[in-house]
Structure formats: C-alpha cells, structure tokens
Design a protein around this ligand. Structure first.
Ligand SMILES: *Cc1c(COP(=O)(O)O)cnc(C)c1O
Length: 410
C-alpha cells in the first residue's frame, strides 16, 4: 500500500523538484495534459516580452539583423537537436507540425522516384494521415498510401515502398515504438523512414543519429511547452540535406533572399526548409520554453517519468481494481510519458475530473489520457490525482448530464 507520505518523501529527494517553480501553474490544480498543451514558464514570458518590448518596439525593422531574427529557425533547431540526438545543423524550427510533415513527405517521395507505396499506421494521428494522402496524390506518379496495423509492418515492407511514416509514441495508448529496429527494417528494403515525435520530443530520450533515422518532425506545444500553435521542428539527416528538396519553397529558403532573383536556388543546409518570415513572437515563446533543458538531462526526465507513470498505474490498480483497462504498456521500453485508461464513460469521467481539478483529456472512443511531465509534476500530485479519480468513480458523478455534453475540443 502506497501512502501519501511515501510520495512526499520521493519529492523531498527529487533532483528535479526545483524546476516546478519556473512554471505558472494554478494552485490546487493537477495538470496532467502537458502532452496536449504544455504550461507557460517564467522564461517563456520573459523572452516573449523581450522580443515585443525591446527587439520589436525599439529595434523595429533593424532587428531582423541586430537581434538575429533571420537565424532564429536554425538557432532554435540547434537548441532542440540535443533532445532528439541530432547533430548541430540538422534541425529547423518553423511552421507547425502538419506543414512540416508535408515538406518532408513531398521531398522524400522525390528521393525514391521508382517506388509507389507509402506506409503509415492506421492508428496514427488523423492529421498525419490526411497530409500523407494529400502529398502522395500530388507526387506526379501513381502512389498508394497504406494505413496498416503496425504489427504487420514486416509483411507490408517490400521494394516498392518509398517511405514509412510512423508516430513514435502512440497519441492514444502511449505505446512507444522501437525506433532502431523499425528504421533498420525499413532501410533493409531500401525505403526511407520518417518519424513523428509529437509525443516523444521532451518526453523520452531519442537518438536519431544512433538509430540512423532519415527524417523526423515534432511538435512545439506539447512536451516542449512552446505555447498554443507553437512552431514545430524537423530533422533531416546531414547526408540528405544536399538532395532533399523543399516542395514548398519560399523566399527565405533561397540562397540569397535579398537578391530578389526569380529563379529559386535553395540555401545550404536546413535553411532551405524555411518558406516564410520567421514568426518571431511564437519563436520567442518556444525559445524561452527551451531554457529549462539547460538545467536537466533527458535521462533525468525519463527516470522520473517512468517513476511517475509506474506510481500512477500502481495506485489505479490498488484503489480501483478492474475499473479501468490500463491500455499503456507496463514494459518501460514500450511506454511513453502518458498513461491511457479505457472506460466506456471516459468522456464524462474526464470532464468530472477537470471540475475536481485534475486536468487530463479524452480521446475517442473511450480513452482517458493522462500526461506526466517530470519538469513540474510531483509524486504527491500523482497521489492526489488518483484520490480524486477514486472519488469521481465511487460517487459516479461522471454520470451527471453536465459532464456528458461534448465540447469542441476534448
Ligand atoms: C499534435 C499532433 C499533430 C498536430 O500538429 P499541428 O502542429 O497542429 O499541425 C500532428 N501529428 C501528431 C502525431 C500529433 O500528436
């Protein structure tokens, strides 16, 4: 039996505990939705204000040069690179995730011009499926997109497959895929591998270099806390940078944007994947949010993430045996940083919990999703969250009609 005091003791010896005060959190509320929208940090607020009050207000147009605005997409890319195991110059921050996937998919299909199949996961996030289908339809040759049950990948791989797009941590179940072995299998048939890190970056250690990943993209507003609609990032392995073409070219990806040449000539390196003017206020928010990673390693975050999710699973099993199906894998090597609980009344349960100050979210048809972010969550938060889940379940308050009417954002 785990006691609240045991959790307090874990907090007292937690080497990450001082980071929590850097985030703006609401007293009494337990935020288990950092996997959907991370909270604001003090550094984020400071950096956004600096861009507005100093660089923009005073510097005005000069700041494109004097404040280094033009270099922000690549400079922030280099700040993200260590979180995914990339080298400097291999990551770019720009646009949002779906747009960046379009650029990578469009470019990658041109690198395998004799092949006609793209494989993705039928359980993938819908936006990934829409964009891969749209880009495949515009490839200039007949392409088939196969959204498969990912456990059948081995049978689906053959020498007609151009590209495989998988999300490394399943957004519903929290299952983490083995990036190294899957990338190897994809390469064995001569196909290219594109990983979506939306639920991985800032949540689990990643090694794109060691896993020989070709391309990857990830989200700025989930575990990286870059704010609503934050710019996203892409990774292009160095060996592909000279041949991969940006299918959405714009002036700021040109080798010499201020020569105003009518013939497009891509800049060297990741700059070629920039299309438009950097969105400076949004980039400033992500820049500030990334400061926390100067004080913590991904390994420390992973160790605490597993401890928090283990604790949550153990408490749920202990207090509410048989009430939920625990969908997230028990094996550490297969778990991201969230826990998904299946219940037929899932929507109402999540709404009732939000009213009781435990913010998670619901994913159709029956998944209650709880994200665990070690940067600001304490062990007692996990304990208290489970206490409130027990209250909601035992009182059946989730059956109240006020919790069962669906909002636009679930
Ligand atoms: C959140 C998410 C997206 C959406 O990204 P946008 O930046 O809103 O385009 C796409 N794919 C996956 C897997 C996600 O989790």
């Amino acid at each position: 039996m785990i006691l609240r005091d045991d959790c307090s003791a874990l907090d007292a010896s937690d080497e990450l505990s001082s980071l929590r005060s850097g985030f703006r959190l609401t007293d009494g509320e337990i935020y288990l939705d950092g996997n959907s929208l991370g909270p604001v940090s003090e550094a984020t607020s400071r950096r956004v204000n600096e861009v507005i009050d100093t660089e923009w207000a005073r510097g005005l147009v000069r700041s494109w040069n004097s404040a280094g605005w033009m270099a922000e997409p690549t400079r922030l890319g280099d700040r993200v690179a260590p979180l995914i195991g990339a080298q400097p110059g291999e990551v770019l921050v720009a646009d949002t995730l779906t747009f960046l996937l379009a650029k990578l998919i469009g470019g990658a299909l041109e690198l395998r011009p004799d092949r006609h199949i793209v494989i993705t996961d039928v359980a993938n996030f819908h936006s990934d499926i829409y964009i891969v289908e749209a880009m495949a339809a515009r490839a200039g040759r007949p392409m088939t997109v196969k959204a498969i049950d990912r456990t059948t990948l081995d049978q689906e791989l053959n020498d007609d497959v151009a590209l495989v797009l998988l999300t490394q941590v399943d957004f519903r179940t929290g299952e983490m895929l083995d990036m190294k072995s899957i990338t190897q299998k994809v390469h064995a048939v001569g196909a290219l591998m594109l990983w979506d890190f939306a639920h991985s970056a800032g949540a689990v250690p990643l090694d794109v270099t060691g896993c020989d990943v070709d391309f990857a993209a990830g989200c700025g507003y989930k575990y990286l806390n870059g704010g609503p609609g934050s710019p996203a990032f892409i990774y292009v392995r160095t060996k592909w940078q000279s041949v991969l073409q940006n299918p959405l070219p714009g002036w700021l990806g040109h080798a010499r944007p201020f020569d105003f040449e009518l013939k497009y000539e891509p800049a060297k390196g990741m700059q070629a994947f920039v299309t438009s003017s950097p969105s400076m206020i949004a980039l400033a928010a992500l820049d500030g949010a990334l400061d926390v990673w100067d004080h913590v390693t991904m390994e420390q975050v992973r160790a605490k993430s597993l401890a928090l999710t283990d604790l949550f699973i153990d408490l749920i099993e202990d207090r509410l045996p048989g009430v939920f199906e625990i969908v997230t894998p028990r094996e550490h090597e297969k778990r991201g940083s969230q826990v998904a609980l299946r219940h037929i009344e899932g929507y109402g349960i999540v709404q009732a919990l939000i009213e009781r100050g435990v913010v998670g979210d619901f994913r159709d048809p029956d998944i209650c999703r709880f994200g665990f972010t070690p940067l600001y969550l304490r062990y007692i938060d996990v304990y208290d969250a489970v206490e409130r889940i027990v209250e909601v379940m035992n009182s059946e308050m989730y059956r109240d009609p006020r919790f069962t009417v669906r909002n636009a954002v679930t």
